[in-house]
Design a protein around this ligand. Structure first.
Ligand code: GDP
Length: 294
């Protein structure tokens, strides 16, 4: 992802070639092109405009020293501001409870269940002892899928096929974790094809009942501005603690990665890029900015 954005931004900086310093006049075309590139990467216009206004202010207020060309200076400013837009520095991930409870929420198809398996694998590799919980009371296939993933990563899966009360399942799972000395409980909740009241109420009820240490909202990065709107709706109801962006290996333009933090004021904590269970990465804004403008 980001190939097209990278190319466009680098193209924009070429406008400054041959200039000795940055002026209001010679920066205008560059700023305009940066804004267009962001909008084409599926960043909302208002965010793109605010971003470029800030870049412009910083650029005009920075002295170009001899060793650095205006193009190089702009690259550095844009890279730093992209990192800031995506959250600045790495965010924390709280797994200090015993057990630590992590609630996973998101739309069906977003990659929730796959992420739950990847997270269990990741935590296991960090020496934790996770328990996966299948709290989808609508789709038996979702339980089967989590069972398969759990089997692949060697992590036990808790489920109650006959129980139609997701809150109870979550509570029982935590008791089970205590009894079996598991120190992290990962609750994979049901997803719907669109945001709906029943789903939101159910996840909100689980949240109140189990008081999770982390609530992760999982979203498909390929859905662009829809991803951002869905994040808004989930955050209003759940006040989640972080975002997981999935399918970064796909044909995503990057808009969700660039604008989710700005919109919901919650950090992206993990990115997932592939169906293999070891393709989960902690999200580092600076590294992502570096990937865009290497
Ligand atoms: P859920 O309905 O939210 O639990 O979503 P799933 O975990 O079942 O994922 C939906 C589909 O997306 C499945 O076919 C997954 O294999 C696939 N998937 C999940 N994460 C990724 C990812 O990071 N990259 C790719 N390419 N596919 C993914």
């Amino acid at each position: 992802m980001f190939e097209s954005l990278s190319e466009r931004l680098e193209g924009a900086f070429k406008n400054l070639k041959g200039e000795a310093k940055i002026t209001e006049l010679n920066i205008a075309a560059t700023v305009k092109e940066i804004r267009r590139a962001l909008v084409d990467a599926d960043v909302n216009y208002k965010i793109a405009k605010e971003f470029t206004d800030k870049v412009k202010d910083i650029a005009l207020g920075t002295k170009v020293i001899n060793a650095v060309s205006p193009g190089q200076l702009m690259t550095k400013i844009v890279k730093d501001e992209l990192a800031n837009l995506m959250g600045g520095t790495e965010s924390s991930f709280n797994i200090t409870g015993n057990p630590a409870v992590i609630l996973i929420a998101g739309l069906q198809g977003s990659g929730k269940t796959t992420f739950s398996g990847k997270l269990a694998n990741y935590l296991k590799s960090k020496g934790k002892s996770p328990l996966l919980v299948a709290a989808d009371i609508y789709r038996p296939a979702a339980i089967d899928q989590l069972m398969v993933l759990g089997g692949q990563v060697g992590v036990e899966v808790y489920s109650e096929r006959e129980n139609k009360n997701a809150v109870e399942i979550a509570q029982n799972a935590i008791k089970e974790a205590r009894a079996k000395n598991k120190n992290v409980v990962i609750i994979d909740t049901a997803g719907r094809l669109a945001v709906d009241e029943v789903m939101m109420t159910e996840v909100a009820n689980i949240k109140s009942a189990v008081n999770p240490h982390e609530i992760l909202f999982v979203v498909d990065s390929m859905t662009g501005q829809d991803a951002v709107n869905t994040a808004k709706a989930f955050n209003e109801r759940l006040d989640f603690s972080g975002v997981v962006l999935t399918k970064l290996d796909g044909d995503t333009r990057g808009g969700a990665a660039l604008s989710i933090k700005y919109t919901v004021e919650k950090p992206i904590k993990f990115v997932s890029s592939g169906e293999k269970l070891d393709t989960l990465d902690v999200f580092y804004p600076e590294r992502m900015a570096q990937r865009i403008l290497g």
